[in-house]
Design a protein around this ligand. Sequence first.
Ligand code: APR
Ligand code: ZN
Ligand code: ZN
Length: 360
Amino acid sequence: MVHKVKGVVAKSKGDPVSIEMIEVPSPGPGEVLIDVKACGVCHTDLHYREGAINDDFPFLLGHEAAGLVEEVGDGVDDLTPGDFVILNWRAVCGNCRSCRRGRPWNCFSTHNATQKMMLDNKELSPALGIGAFAEKTLVAAGQATKVNPAAKPEVAGLIGCGVMAGLGAAMNTGQVSRGDSVAVFGCGGVGDAAIEGSRLAGAHTIIAVDIDPKKLEWAKEFGATHVIDSTKVDPIESIREITDGNGVDVAIEAIGLPITYEQAFYSRDLAGTVVLVGVPNPEMKIELPMIEIFGRGGTLKSSWYGDCLPSRDFPMLIDLYLQGRLELDRFVSETISLDEVEEAFHKMERGEVLRSVVIL
Ligand code: APR
Ligand code: ZN
Ligand code: ZN
């Protein structure tokens, strides 16, 4: 059976998105059909519609989503219709060289649904293999993780991308632990989640760096103990002052710029860790003296999707949220309808929101 539903589609490079009637097939083997309840608007969706990811138009946008399982395909035995799930864009294979070595969070062979969703006889490319700015979407079973249904969908969905990336950059990649000092460069949704993750992990000093005073105010609400406006002062010197002249144990870059990566590099204490979770563009380059890389020791890491393992991390984070130990409501700046996605992109570009979330 084919389901005809509304979805937000980017038809060609740079053009505003439009609402289209799309066709979503019933699930085949290993697939599940999701009745989408909420989906956050992320920078990656905008990058798709700008043609910055690839040219496989038309794109079905949306990937930070939560919903209910509506139908399951053959061989899917761990999900049943009615389950409340968060979607993820890294369904691990269990078989690749990384999975086999016990590192499924790095899986090198993640997968999506096999059948295609269609628009006017053309195959749609779902953003990050999800496509959840739609009333229904089709994903691989491993892309849907069951969590406690007491969580509101607009909050739960955020765990599926930006918030997980930031929390995981601190908790998984940076291995922030009790007594650490942390600096976070860039206080958008990802950076603020890194601040929260650091607080949750027991960091005693959490320094937020941004160029926008409003973002620094929000960062304090998420748990920053100090804030630095890097248009006014040198963030490297300020971080040293705050940390008795030493620098931080973990410096997290959550923007994706050479300048802030270098600031993170030099803001670290000896043997400290730098985590890059901001995504650079292919033209960006950094220049660092090799002697500084050697002499400062420590670790330079990148964080893919917060190095999360959805089946391990999503239910745990939702439980912490429901217990009041993880603040997630604050990430939801506004809830909108499907036809307001284009306007939400503009609000995001103007830096007015942490997340606009579509409610279906
Ligand atoms: N120095 C400090 N802060 C900066 C600078 C700079 N030079 N340039 C921008 N910022 C701040 C912005 O003011 C904003 O608060 O960085 C923040 C970036 O936040 P968002 O644009 O909301 O981005 P976010 O959704 O948090 O994602 C950040 O992580 O996963 C990646 O693709 C994502 O690269 C992006 C990054
Ligand atoms: Zn794998
Ligand atoms: Zn995203």
